[in-house]
Design a protein around this ligand. Structure first.
Ligand SMILES: Cc1ncc(COP(=O)(O)O)c(C=O)c1O
Length: 356
């Protein structure tokens, strides 16, 4: 990604939701070691964890913060986004009452309808807030509702609104703001929107980068594995799981695995998901339960308790990735990855540092 970006654009790694399920501290530490200088998280408590891992990073808090957060923001040198005039004033007051100036980025709602100052009011809110002694608006950002390369989407209109605001602010003020608008899809399909930083999440973890016309492709970072706990040979017509939603059509081998919805394995994968055991795809049969799932390994399977089962990843020549599970569970890879419970044991294999 770094190589795809021009020298004036910073790569801002979105590390919220436990670094998309990958583990916030190890991921931010490794990213910092590989040259990432900007991190974006949702909450102050996540930002504090990133600060502990990366002493000199720039850390942006994407969610709306409260005046009661100002002490932590200043103490840990964190950058909040200002989402409206009243919140901006309240943050400014809280910082001024400590005799300090809080650096912040102004979030413009150009059409996402979530956080931010409505685009029609953004210039006047910027002007008012930049007069507050406790606040320094150092950046300007927005977030796209949709970026679709071959279909109509709101992205281009949002970008036009953003550029209009940026131009007006540029003309009225001498301050050079740090501007960032693109998340993964805009980064992949709209290089002309890079501006000063791109806030990439899912593509950095290896998803959403397949397809034609994209700028770079990335591989999934995370594999999720568990163990086989019990194996049994069963006859045809053998019922499996709560409410017996599945019965075996023929004699087969069932394996029960140590994973369930408590770990973040979606219940929607009941009788829909697949896992890899002994390099073969085995169907999840019956309902996903709290701690366990049962899979059908086939009549001829040579599987034993203690064998490894891959929930996300590759084994032998087979693979199953979060985007496939997402399709089966009728969700998106983001939800599959961020659902993996923080308590699941994580092992990190460091890649060699890449030249940046
Ligand atoms: C404000 C903001 N910026 C950037 C991102 C990163 O998005 P993506 O993972 O699609 O790159 C998100 C993700 O939810 C976000 O909320």
């Amino acid at each position: 990604m770094r190589q795809a970006l021009g020298p004036r654009t910073s790569l801002m790694l979105v590390a919220k939701a436990n670094a998309y399920g990958h583990g916030l501290i190890p991921v931010s530490r490794q990213a910092a070691r590989s040259g990432v200088r900007w991190f974006a998280v949702a909450y102050v408590r996540e930002a504090i964890q990133v600060r502990a891992a990366c002493e000199d990073a720039q850390i942006l808090v994407l969610g709306a913060v409260m005046p009661s957060d100002v002490r932590a923001l200043l103490d840990h040198r964190l950058i909040p986004v200002v989402v409206d005039e009243a919140q901006g004033r309240a943050l400014a007051l809280a910082a001024a009452s400590r005799g300090e100036v809080l650096q912040a980025h102004l979030k413009v709602d150009t059409g996402m309808g979530r956080f931010g100052v409505p685009w029609q009011e953004a210039v006047s809110v910027y002007e008012k807030l930049s007069r507050e002694p406790g606040l320094e608006i150092a950046g300007l950002c927005t977030h796209f509702a949709s970026v679709e390369p071959r279909k109509p989407s709101l992205g281009p209109e949002q970008m036009e609104r953003f550029r209009g605001i940026d131009d007006q602010i540029c003309r009225k003020s001498s301050t050079k703001l740090f501007r960032h608008v693109s998340s993964s899809r805009a980064f992949l399909y709209q290089p002309d929107w890079d501006l000063d930083g791109v806030r990439v999440g899912v593509a950095a973890y290896g998803y959403g980068t397949q397809g034609s016309g994209i700028r770079i492709s990335t591989d999934p970072v995370l594999q999720w594995r568990t163990g086989v706990m019990q194996v049994k040979k069963v006859p045809a017509n053998f019922g499996v799981g709560y409410y017996t939603t599945y019965t075996t059509p023929a004699p087969t081998t069932l394996a029960t695995l140590a994973v369930g919805y408590v770990d973040g394995y979606h219940r929607a994968l009941s009788s829909k998901g697949f896992v890899l055991i002994c390099g073969r795809r085995c169907a999840v049969v019956g309902r996903v339960s709290m701690n366990w799932i049962t899979v059908d390994c086939g009549a001829d399977a040579d599987v034993a308790a203690g064998d490894e089962a891959v929930l996300i990843g590759q084994q032998g020549g087979e693979s199953i990735w979060a985007d496939e599970l997402a399709r089966l569970a009728r969700t998106i890879p983001y939800e599959i990855l961020t659902s993996i419970h923080a308590n699941c044991e994580r092992h990190y294999i460091s890649a060699p540092s890449l030249p940046l």
